[in-house]
Write a protein that binds this ligand. Sequence first.
Ligand code: CDP
Ligand code: CDP
Length: 223
Amino acid sequence: EITAPVIAIDGPSASGKGTVAQRVANALGYGYLDSGSLYRLVALAGQQAGVGYDDEAGIAAIAAALSAEFRGDQVLLSGNDVTEAIRSEEMSAASSKVAALPAVRAALIERQRAYRRWPGLVADGRDMGSVVFPQAEVKIFLTASVEARAERRYKQLIAKGVAANIRPLLQDLRERDERDASRSVAPLRKGEDAHLLDTTELSIEQAVDAVLGWARDAVDGKR
Ligand code: CDP
Ligand code: CDP
């Protein structure tokens, strides 16, 4: 069975995964999966249903029944536009709590694999290369110093006209990094088969070019 190629991009928050993954997908004409938004949708749906983030069976049932739709840059939950709502600091923290529940992760695996379609997929998250697409043609661990990442989030908020401070952003990133890296299932870490791409000193264009270079090597190498 020949399956469509996958480029898996994993890494911590604000390392540039989403930005780089979308540009790589556009350059190659591939589809794009933002797996983090699925965990954010589960957290929001849990809050709306009044289910606690520590109720594993309850949140897993919500994950299994999730009605999620991606329309361009819009994210819909049961038909409602929640693009902004899932990006709040509250949902960022809540998503990493529900993501630590094994039954929730299991409930989302096949849904994520269904995005693998021709001519190819770029998927970003924490466990794209390790769990969801272990056979991915290209695996990248995208990272940057926590200070650079806090600065990026800060600039994003200021650009949106939101008042922001570096300190709480740093604190949030450190807490989320710690929770994502220390959980028992699918912890965030670089696999041996992943290319390390540290973007602390790189522009977005340089990061995109590096990924496209590895993608060409891997996909052409198979032909
Ligand atoms: O998806 P993830 O949380 O990893 O990060 P992102 O939302 O794609 O990127 C966070 C911010 O960093 C965006 O505003 C990017 O434009 C910026 N960025 C950057 O300044 N330099 C890079 N090399 C990559 C991203
Ligand atoms: O954009 P940012 O990197 O801040 O977060 P995200 O990619 O939207 O993911 C939100 C949360 O979902 C993360 O902190 C992880 O806890 C979780 N997540 C995960 O566990 N596995 C994935 N494949 C993607 C996200």
